[in-house]
Design a protein around this ligand. Structure first.
Ligand code: ATP
Ligand code: MG
Length: 433
């Protein structure tokens, strides 16, 4: 029997606090890495914005039904990974496991799709009850881009080229692009028959999940993460042999655009993606640098989803990038966090020097663009303040004592070089800094 919190409290004296635990698979992003996160998110966001995409911010919760209908009932996410609960009104709500369904829902409920085209991005935490391991968490962050109302293949190519630009901007290597086409719903139906035929012929070797999916959703067997299934999956017929003519042309045109743009790819006929709503183009940027959690950015076209969720037929495509994996790859490629050290540490010693120190620090923040000024907090002797200044990694200490304030001049002491301390008039400080 698991030990409930109540039991713990009973056995502990009242005053001794029980240390709180974090939830498994949910991480604190600590200051030593949050700078890297912000840097990557800024680069990604700026590039996406530069292609004309605009931000949409969405709730973390949606009606459970939305995800069942969009992602598909017979998928890993819906069958076993959703955080679902009844709210106080008895309504079934789910913490979003991905963003596309919410974007489409928002497009429909806000009337944004009727005779309009939308280029949108969003970002934030997603929740999936997966087995936590390196690169796989229960709360993880995605950056998500969706183009609604475009039938491609131009937009398909642009969304991929945009990723290539990000990898260059971030200095990332070891990323390879895999693409495939899943055709239309009709051509997939023909393929599905062939798949059922094939998997039925090897039924005795299928695992439990796959046997169940054989009837309900045979395509999902292809996405099985069970290593024992890999050989069977590898010998299955591939969708690309069953493409309808238009999908084949679409795929051909996409490949030609990528060739022209100099973006290398491999066609992976086994790439099916874990969600039901995809059609035609699917792609994945994968790396060998992160062990088995190699998919950094994945996406695809979902031409049928808007209609399925009650909107007018609207072609659409998008991708989602896993930020934890992006950060891990950035570090694996030698990427450094941007510097966060202060430029200037303000030391104030003596009677009534703090008021002047605050005023000068504020003035410098006004007048010197981008300067990082850290004011000594909590007083202390000259020596202990200088020690803190040194520990802060600031470039300079600004020294204010009673005499300096009376003279209207501050001591500017270089902390990282052998240069001498100089005396600078207050009004000359911005220019000097
Ligand atoms: P995987 O095959 O690794 O399970 P997925 O196909 O489930 O990935 P998507 O649903 O397409 O992934 O999500 C897009 C991106 O989000 C992935 O490429 C990956 O970078 C990231 N991602 C997905 N699930 C997780 C997770 N549990 N923890 C961390 N990142 C994740
Ligand atoms: Mg997954």
């Amino acid at each position: 029997q698991s030990r409930g919190l109540g039991d713990v409290y009973k056995r502990q004296p009242l005053m001794s606090a029980v240390k709180p635990r974090a939830i498994r698979g949910m991480n604190d992003i600590l200051p030593e890495v949050s700078g890297t996160w912000r840097h990557l998110e800024t680069v990604v966001r700026d590039i996406v914005q530069s292609y004309g995409y605009e931000e949409i911010r969405l709730p973390l919760l949606e009606h459970t039904e939305l995800f069942k209908r969009s992602i598909g009932e017979v998928t890993d996410i819906v069958e076993k990974e959703m955080y679902t609960f009844a709210d106080r009104n008895g309504e079934s709500l789910t913490l979003r496991p991905e963003a596309t369904a919410s974007v489409v829902r928002a497009g429909i409920t806000n009337g944004m799709l009727h005779n309009q085209r939308q280029k949108l991005w969003t970002s934030g935490p997603m929740f999936r009850y997966e087995k936590p391991q390196k690169g796989r968490y229960r709360q993880f962050y995605q950056f998500d881009v969706e183009a609604l109302g475009f039938d491609g293949p131009d937009v398909d190519a642009e969304l991929i080229i945009m990723c290539a630009r990000m990898w260059r901007a971030l200095g990332l290597s070891r990323l390879e692009l895999e693409i495939n086409s899943l055709g239309t719903a009709e051509s997939r139906a023909r393929y599905r028959e062939k798949l059922v035929e094939y998997f039925s012929s090897v039924k005795s070797r299928l695992d439990e999940d796959s046997i169940r999916r054989l009837e309900q959703n045979p395509l999902r067997i292809l996405d099985s993460k069970n290593p024992d299934m890999q050989e069977i999956v590898a010998a299955a017929p591939v969708m690309i042999d069953f493409l309808d003519e238009e999908s084949a042309e679409h795929f051909q045109a996409l490949k030609a655009l990528l060739d022209a743009a100099g973006v290398a790819y491999t066609v992976n006929p086994r790439l099916v993606r874990g969600l039901d709503y995809y059609s035609r183009t699917v792609f994945e940027w994968v790396t060998d640098a992160l062990g088995s959690q190699g998919a950094v950015c994945s996406g695809g076209r979902y031409d049928g989803l808007v209609e399925k969720l009650g909107g007018r037929p609207t072609p659409a495509i998008g991708w989602a990038m896993g930020i934890e994996r992006l950060v891990a790859l950035y570090e694996a490629c030698g990427g450094e966090p941007p510097p966060t050290d202060a430029d200037l540490y303000v030391v104030a010693v003596g009677d009534r020097t703090l008021e002047a120190a605050i005023a000068i620090a504020e003035k410098l923040r006004d007048d010197v663009a981008g300067i990082r000024v850290e004011l000594n907090l909590g007083g202390g002797s000259f020596k202990s303040q200088l020690k803190r200044a040194d520990k802060s990694n600031a470039e300079y200490a600004l020294i204010l004592g009673e005499k300096e304030i009376a003279d209207g001049r501050a001591g500017l002491k270089p902390l990282r070089s052998a240069e001498d301390q100089t005396s600078v008039a207050f009004e000359e400080l911005p220019a000097r800094l």
